[in-house]
Design a binder for this molecule. Sequence first.
Ligand code: C2O
Ligand code: CU
Length: 492
Amino acid sequence: MPRDVPLQSLALLLALGACSGSTAAGAGNAVSAGITNLAPAASVPQPAGWADDLALRVPTDLNPDPDILEINLEARITEMEIVPGHKTPVWSYDGGLPGPLIRGKVGDRVIVHFRNSLPDSTTIHWHGMRVPNHVDGAPGATQPPIAPGAEFTYDFVLADAGTYWYHPHLDSAAQVNWGLYGPIVVDDPAEAGMFGDELVLMLSDMSIDETGAFTPSRTGGAFGDLFGREGEVLLVNGKVVPELLVRQGKPQRWRIINAARSRYYSFRFSPGVITRIGGDGGLIERPEPANLIKLVPGERTDVVFTPQGNPGTEMTLLWQPTDRGYGSTFNRPLEPVMTIRTVSDAPVAPARLPPELRDVEAIDTVGATRQFIDMTIISVEDDAVSMGINGIDGRHHDHEQVILEARVGETQIWEVRNDTDFAHPFHLHGFFFQVLDPADPSPEWKDTVDLPAKSSLRLAVYFDNRPGLWMIHCHILDHAELGMMGLLRVLP
Ligand code: C2O
Ligand code: CU
């Protein structure tokens, strides 16, 4: 569309921080030319109150052992003001949006005494984490649904450094949209101080109208089903367009989580602003300069943001549409997500990142078993869309309808195919995989990956010693709830 061109440049202009003049590039050069006169980033703090708007609640640790985080967590309805002047009955963890930040170091034990004070049954799934099977939170597969008024204790060890999240696994398109999600960070003490100050940014959206009421969960009929429903209100850490204060040149680490039920997030940046350092399962091998951040639902990315806006200027971080098939980007406006204000203090000299972050060993695929996985749309009728994996509608799944099997100690190569007209974020519970991409051989630990329309991917998975039933599904939660989910049985 002819409109695309001006829109793209607008995105660049705004996302890059050139809001108050046309001389951003020139000023940027002047700054780099004079860089030796600037104080080193490490010796200058972030602006006072820089991340106050984005603060996350932390739970009370009931256990005196420094290696155990033991908490109470209650799911309940809490009225919140999301549309100014109106109340929304948010489904919350502990009365906040998002839920409290669960944070510990690798090897710590986490005990969550969960209480369901919602009107419906629920469970908690620890997205991306290698937890024991019985606490994975998949109803019907690893535990019964937790009924209203009932309690369940989740108890596991933090196995891998990285950024994760938790959310319900029952009626999830609705429950996640209503507010049930929270962040998890697992620290590797070796990373301490490596990337400077840090921010966890939990992105989500919510389907509410101008009076703050939730719109019905299944609006738009088959059309809404096929596209997956995106909420009108975009939230970062539960806030509408929060403000972040930054200092030119002073880096900060952003651990970004896409907790939206269906929305893909893409952001564009000018060169030198963003460096990708990690993804779903911790750090990647080497820092990668990036101009685009893209997160499918469920996915995480870890970046270092080095602000380049001139002192005293303001920019808007803009959501931009991502192609997820079938005209999904057509005529869609850019949407503001966060305001980034560069304080007027003197800039600092940007810090350098270590050239090597860590070794990520490639999964050895010699002798691996091959499996085929097909993301399918089985039938589309006005009000009855059926989706599945390998042609099986997962809504009717029971223990007999295991779509894949593996053995503890086995490595498999999965050929995942999407012959539909819509993109699907492919997610595996409980185990990381590596995408076998001949164009980019550097391995990375992932649990969620985009599968664009009419495409296929090869993944390598190694099954460690956690037998049981594990879910595979599309993380567009509307699709998962329409059957695009299935069970993998890992045999002892
Ligand atoms: Cu976030 Cu079944 O997953
Ligand atoms: Cu899907």
